[in-house]
Design a protein around this ligand. Structure first.
Ligand SMILES: O=C[C@H](O)COP(=O)(O)O
Length: 235
């Protein structure tokens, strides 16, 4: 399984370090074989010493080494901490921060050329979901425009926008149908994200074509994230 925690705009430098160290200890002591990712805020990135199946990634970065892009970070800031994993295409960046598909594709190409592991997010808003499965898939496929889906270090994450941070998880049938369709077209590891919780993570991770979960809200307390890892460790 692949289990990822996206901190979004939560946690401080200090609480991130406590979280990462506790999770690392748990993974080590319990021989957890899942691939685990944590995406802290940019200000909380650091040179954490973690086991090989645990990676710290960037929630976002600009496609540049260094330059004049106020408020952004580039690869020289990521290199300082050995960060080689990045989230691209998250719905909050698409819909709240206005990243277009073209900009996302440029960022994707830049980080692909550098060999980063990319967790690439796709997902539809409620008004699209309400039009039915065909239109939902059509919308999702457009989010692959100009994206090299054959890239070896690519992990996909299907996150319906209406399920993110709302407490409303997609139904198992919805997840199964969408994951089957995406997987047929793009055979890459595929995570589900959107109100995954301690209580439902195991069931969701057992749906066919679900290779893990990308979790926000329910992953921010150390004990909850550890419980999520515990609930999925044998899958
Ligand atoms: O990146 C994570 C997703 O946006 C899911 O967030 P959530 O678990 O709070 O719904």
């Amino acid at each position: 399984m692949i289990i990822a925690s996206n901190f979004k705009t939560n946690h401080t430098r200090q609480s991130t370090a406590l979280f990462v160290n506790e999770v690392n200890d748990y993974i080590k002591k319990n021989n957890i074989s899942s691939e685990v990712f944590v995406f802290p805020t940019a200000t909380s990135l650091d040179s954490f010493e973690v086991v090989s199946n645990f990676s710290i990634g960037a929630q976002n970065a600009y496609p540049i080494v260094t330059g004049s892009f106020t408020g952004e970070i580039g690869t020289s800031q990521l290199d300082e901490f050995g960060i080689k994993t990045i989230l691209i295409g998250h719905s909050e960046r698409r819909h709240i921060l206005g990243e277009t598909q073209n900009k996302i594709a440029k960022k994707y190409d830049f980080y692909k050329e550098l060999g980063y592991k990319i967790i690439y997010c796709i997902g539809e808003p409620l008004e699209v979901k309400n039009k039915g499965l065909d239109q939902t898939l059509e919308y999702i496929y457009e989010q692959f425009n100009e994206i090299d889906t054959k890239y070896e270090n690519l992990i996909l994450a299907y996150e319906p926008v209406w399920a993110i941070g709302t407490g409303v998880t997609a139904t198992n049938d919805d997840i199964e149908n969408i994951h089957r369709a995406i997987k047929e077209k793009f055979p890459k590891p595929l995570l589900y994200g959107g109100s995954v919780k301690v209580e439902n993570v195991r069931e969701i991770c057992q749906i066919p074509n679900v290779d893990g979960a990308l979790i926000g809200t329910a992953s921010w307390k150390t004990e909850d994230f550890i419980q999520i890892l515990e609930n999925t460790k044998d899958l």
